[in-house]
Design a protein around this ligand. Structure first.
Ligand SMILES: [Zn+2]
Ligand SMILES: [Zn+2]
Length: 161
């Protein structure tokens, strides 16, 4: 899986005359192996804990390059933090965000894409992306309270296939 992503990123870096460095590919691998939604700082902590020496600045600017070449997408879940997630071989999806415990649930509803397409057709607009977030609270109050109390960030790792 990583090899195709590496190819896409290599082509992109060459085309835009950015330097091809092992650190940038390290960031790519960590980002794509993260199954959830993460901030640049969370990725930094995750990489540090896995004995990586990549600097915070390199992580920040590499994430921007990965968004630019569409291997990652940037999300804003209303808390003012820039969050990233893998866009490599992933279908489009939208999010439910619990404003109490911070849980983010992904869902896919093709009707939303149809609405985006119809509105853009009607208004003569070419969409490059859209974001549809539903804010609210978990129905299961106990589970919500528990999730709220364990605040430390634990990355969800994608299983290597
Ligand atoms: Zn998502
Ligand atoms: Zn909740």
């Amino acid at each position: 899986m990583e090899n195709e992503a590496h190819k896409i990123f290599t082509e992109y870096l060459k085309y835009h005359k950015h330097r091809i460095t092992p650190e940038r590919f390290e960031v790519l691998d960590f980002a794509l192996n993260n199954e959830g939604h993460f901030t640049a700082d969370e990725l930094y902590v995750d990489m540090k804990q896995n004995n990586s020496n990549v600097s915070r600045a390199t992580i920040y600017n590499t994430l921007e390059l990965l968004v630019d070449c569409r291997l990652l997408v940037k999300r804003n879940f209303g808390d003012g933090k820039t969050t990233y997630e893998s866009n490599f071989r992933r279908g489009s999806h939208d999010h439910l965000i619990c404003t109490t415990c911070g849980e983010i649930i992904e869902f896919h509803a093709p009707e939303i894409e149809e609405i985006v397409k119809r509105v853009c057709d009607e208004l003569g607009f070419i969409p490059s992306g859209y974001s549809f977030n539903i804010y609210g609270i978990c129905k299961d109050e106990d589970a919500c309270e528990k999730k709220k109390s364990k605040s430390s960030y634990a990355p969800k790792r994608r299983k290597k296939s």
